[in-house]
Ligand binder design. Structure first.
Ligand code: SF4
Length: 445
């Protein structure tokens, strides 16, 4: 039985007023799209309609009120944002059925109101960011989506049929969004897309004006410019195309976090071919070794699927040996499950459930042992840690540069009274287990 996908909620948007308001609308929609929401071009198809209002002149206010009225009449489920949010009582008096009213630039509130009114059904295929993150992202870290869709056709994946081919955002728009996020308190930018390495191929890596010069729509150039903005920059969903080698020196220089999230999915050429994976090339291990020579602290995270149709015991053994050699820092493993609409569902030689379970247990055991040994080696060293939560009793939890929020490990701190969320501190590592570190702050950075 193939897994049936829930359909993501659809959001309609009416954007009124000045170009600044339009930028706000784009930003809200970008955030919602990165969370997996779909856009609706009309009222009828929308689960929720956002009206981004203008309140600059009386005539603009009247136009905004009319737009709210029209959205209510046509759809009924309406959230109001923008400049008229200052006059929430006026809006509520005239349209008591409005679901929420938020003000200009209150991105988090308006996005939060959408989450509440039209929650995203949990699904790994719809949500690029981890499911648990369908709350508001804390201000100190933000996801930055650089493109939508994907040009590949991996056999187990239906994202291209849901979202279409790759469409890259303009690099200057991404950089402006990053600047705004940083001005609003973001200390860490998490670059996401379906295929970060392919960023810009659809525009033939066009260049755009940026800060008196130019910036090219290319992963390396974008990563370099983002790195100059002063926040931590973490790259997710990077396929090991040859040009990925060019970002490793940026990591060694400290412009980009020494962290690569590469969804390898398998190591055996037979299985990778059946999966129709991109960048399926033999020399990946050699490259990983080279990356570590250039940037010894690089943390590599990956995910793997076991029990893919046609995976033999030999393929699986090869994967385990490959993992021993690759010594990846963080690994997520999944048992193959057919998803409605995926080409893999029609492949011969399905792997029996009990074999999938057994392989899953083996890969988890092997990778947990690698992770534990790597973390043990950090005891006695100092690492930089960004603080996520302060518990009020002197403890705090944060993450090192090797840990992305929600998916990787944590660093648990004692004697952290003086710290606040978003602080970046140097920490002496005192202990470790399979996934987490334990330590004490040494000095604030
Ligand atoms: S690279 Fe493959 S798995 Fe990733 S989104 Fe594209 S088709 Fe899906």
């Amino acid at each position: 039985m193939a897994i049936q996908l829930p359909s993501p909620p659809k959001v309609g948007m009416v954007s009124l007023g000045c170009p600044k308001n339009l930028v706000d609308s784009e930003r809200i929609l970008t955030k919602l799209r990165s969370d997996g929401y779909q856009m609706s071009p009309d009222y009828a198809g929308a689960d929720i309609v956002l009206v981004n209002t203008c309140g600059f002149l009386d005539s603009a206010k009247e136009e905004s009120l009319e737009a709210i009225g029209e959205a209510i009449a046509e759809n009924g489920r309406v959230i109001v944002t923008g400049c008229m949010g200052k006059e929430a009582e006026v809006i509520r008096a005239r349209f008591p059925q409005v679901l929420a009213v938020t003000g200009a630039h209150q991105y988090e509130q308006v996005v939060g109101a959408v989450y509440e009114a039209a929650p995203m059904p949990p699904s790994a295929f719809l949500n690029l960011v981890p499911e648990r993150d369908l709350k508001l992202t804390p201000r100190h870290y933000s996801y930055l989506k650089i493109s939508e869709g994907c040009n590949h056709r991996c056999a187990f994946c239906i994202i291209p049929s849901l979202r279409g081919d790759l469409v890259s955002r303009r690099p200057d728009a991404i950089l402006r969004e990053a600047e705004k996020l940083i001005a609003a308190g973001t200390k860490e930018l998490l670059v996401i897309s379906q295929d970060t390495s392919a960023y810009g191929v659809d525009t033939r890596h066009a260049t755009w004006p940026w800060k008196g010069g130019e910036v090219r729509a290319h992963m390396t150039d974008l990563a370099r410019e983002l790195g100059k903005l002063g926040a931590w920059v973490r790259l997710h969903y990077v396929y090991p195309y040859p040009h990925v080698d060019q970002v490793i020196p940026l990591m060694a220089e400290g412009l980009v976090l020494p962290y690569l999230d590469i969804p390898f999915q398998h190591a055996s050429r037979n299985v990778l071919r059946l999966m129709r994976r991109p960048a399926n090339e033999a020399k990946v291990l050699e490259r990983i070794h080279r990356w570590r020579d250039i940037c010894p602290d690089i943390a590599i995270r990956s995910s793997f699927v076991v029990g893919f149709p046609g995976e033999t015991e030999e393929d699986f053994e090869y994967l385990l040996q490959w993992l021993d050699e690759a010594q990846l820092d963080r690994v997520g493993a999944f048992r193959f499950e057919p998803v409605e609409g995926a080409a893999a569902n029609f492949l011969p030689n399905p792997v029996p459930e009990e074999v999938k379970e057994e392989r899953y247990a083996r890969i988890m055991e092997r990778t947990a042992a690698i992770s534990a040994a790597k973390l043990q080696a950090k005891i006695g060293r100092t690492v930089d840690v960004i603080i996520d939560v302060v518990d009020g009793e002197g403890g705090a939890t944060g993450r090192s540069k090797a840990d992305a929020p929600e998916i990787d490990g944590e660093v648990h701190l004692r004697d952290a009274h003086a710290l606040a969320q978003g602080d970046i501190v140097r920490v002496l590592v005192e202990d470790a287990d399979e996934h987490d570190l334990y330590g004490v702050p040494v000095t604030a950075l």
